[in-house]
Design a protein around this ligand. Structure first.
Ligand SMILES: [Zn+2]
Length: 61
């Protein structure tokens, strides 16, 4: 089970352990979903994904 999932369309990354209704996961098409190796926020961020404000709020300081 992955901890983070990327939305290829919006270039956004979500924290699966902290998913909120506002993340609208159902709206992310399967083809737009991607996982990261290694499975970390840092990796997602280095690939140009921005943090979702709902589930990764204030992650970066
Ligand atoms: Zn989210």
């Amino acid at each position: 089970m992955a901890n983070y999932i990327g939305d290829n369309n919006k270039k956004q990354v979500h924290d699966l352990e902290n998913i909120k209704d506002n993340c609208q996961m159902d709206e992310i098409k399967l083809v737009h979903r991607r996982y990261f190796i290694p499975d970390s926020f840092k990796q997602a961020n280095s690939e140009g994904y921005t943090s979702c404000a709902w589930c990764i709020e204030n992650f970066q300081k």
